[in-house]
Design a protein around this ligand. Structure first.
Ligand code: DQA
Length: 147
């Protein structure tokens, strides 16, 4: 069994990019923290980052349906990525959308989250802890599902 951790545009720059907004942890650091949680339950992590919407869709189509669930930070695509939204709508596994910053306290264009109706839930503004919290929840759901 594996969990997906999928990150969209510019999140490869985590740690260097606007640290006052996104913190100093790198994406690698975040994935290590998620792995610590999942591997204790015998679940692997497949992580993927791309700056291209189509590459994110290709990855989710290929690896999403077989996963226990998906932690997805779509970056700015969360505000306007309708093709990504359509992909999430049919992936068939629970998706938790994570935004590191509290997008609702920021510019107006960040207030619209187009994936909201097709994800299980969202974690916004809790920093990189959001990824770990989302992973924990997906693990809980999967364990309940398995019985
Ligand atoms: C982000 C918020 C988005 O508005 C922004 O475009 C990002 C990062 C976050 O994690 O806070 O790239 O998704």
């Amino acid at each position: 069994p594996y969990l997906l951790v999928v990150n969209g545009p510019n999140l490869n720059r985590l740690g260097q990019r606007e640290p006052q907004v996104y913190g100093t942890e790198t994406l690698h650091d975040v994935c290590v923290r998620v792995r610590e949680v999942t591997e204790a339950c015998g679940v692997a992590v497949k992580d993927f980052q791309s700056n291209h919407e189509g590459a994110l869709i290709d990855f989710l189509q290929q690896h999403g349906p077989g996963s226990i669930g998906i932690v997805l930070n779509p970056g700015a695509l969360g505000h306007y990525g309708y093709a990504l939204r359509d992909c999430v709508a049919e992936v068939g596994r629970p998706v938790i959308e994570v935004h590191i910053s509290n997008v609702h306290r920021r510019e107006a264009f960040r207030h619209q989250l187009v994936l909201a109706p097709v994800v299980l839930g969202q974690i916004v503004g809790l920093g990189t802890a959001g990824y770990v919290l989302a992973a924990r929840h997906l693990l809980d759901l999967w364990r309940r599902e398995r019985g």
